[in-house]
Design a protein around this ligand. Structure first.
Ligand code: 5GP
Ligand code: ZN
Length: 141
């Protein structure tokens, strides 16, 4: 897609630091190395976010995650963990609108990275939980 920075990276019109490539995906270093080895995995086909994938593209893309994750694990014997993040839409911190999955290697608690879920256990009643589940479940196609 025109004016998509990741399409340009995939097409090698913009340089990147390659990790892995095949017919369906490209993995390369994030320009902002949150921790050393912070990697992005992208489908070569331009899709904006998770809502744009069909099952074939999802299989081709997400199935590559363990391969890249294991490469990171092998490359860093000191690795203590790995966060895999996929942001969708601006509110959810997406800034590049070509879908991508972050692999963020973790080394110590001092890494400049955090996820905050909050603990809301017990705030929704059983009836509210049932209604919520049903509301979503009836939309699964
Ligand atoms: P998002 O916030 O959309 O989940 O993540 C977008 C990521 O793309 C950011 O972590 C940002 O550092 C990275 N990024 C933005 N522009 C470029 C670029 O030109 N090259 C590379 N390698 N990464 C980029
Ligand atoms: Zn694109």
């Amino acid at each position: 897609m025109e004016n998509c920075i990741f399409c340009k990276i995939i097409a090698k019109e913009i340089p990147s630091y390659p990790i892995y490539e095949d017919e369906d995906v490209y993995a390369f270093l994030d320009i902002s190395q949150t921790t050393p080895g912070h990697t992005l995995l992208v489908p070569k086909k331009h899709v904006s976010d998770i809502f744009d994938y069909d099952e074939t593209l999802a299989s081709a893309t997400f199935s590559r995650l363990p391969k890249v994750a294991r490469a990171i694990e092998s490359a860093f014997p000191e690795l203590a963990g790995l966060n895999i993040i996929n942001n969708n839409k601006e509110l959810a911190y997406q800034t590049v609108f070509h879908s991508h999955i972050h692999l963020v290697p973790r080394f110590t608690k001092a890494d400049d990275f955090a996820i905050h879920f909050g603990n809301h256990t017990g705030k929704a009643t059983a009836q509210e939980m049932t209604d919520l589940a049903q509301k979503i479940a009836e939309q699964v196609k």
